[in-house]
Design a protein around this ligand. Structure first.
Ligand SMILES: [Zn+2]
Length: 104
């Protein structure tokens, strides 16, 4: 098992799972059930995490989910830093990790 990425929210995580499964990539989601425990566990400490069955699928999987993120580049959607690959909240215009500006 290979941990590919942590999704910014559960809906997107499930969307990614669908995308990857359509491409024939074996993948799993963890942490999705914990989010139902409102107030008990901070959401940012329990996933959802996207796992691949085989690490060799990593490059294709990343292309799929990054390409998908590019399709919804509205001002309110999460975005992926071009420089370091960090996922960022919609309200940020600069990557907190490496300082790169949000792609247009
Ligand atoms: Zn960055």
């Amino acid at each position: 098992m290979f941990r590919l990425a942590r999704a910014p929210d559960l809906m997107l995580a499930q969307h990614w799972i669908n995308l990857l499964q359509q491409a024939g990539i074996a993948c799993h989601l963890t942490g999705q059930h914990l989010q139902g425990v409102a107030g008990e566990i901070p959401v940012d400490q329990c996933g959802p995490d996207l796992w691949l069955e085989h690490e060799r699928d990593r490059d294709l999987a990343m292309r799929l989910i990054e390409g998908d993120a590019g399709d919804q580049s509205g001002s309110r959607s999460h975005w992926c830093c071009d420089s370091c690959g960090e996922w960022l909240e919609p309200q940020f215009t600069v990557c907190w990790r490496c300082g790169a500006e949000r792609p247009a």
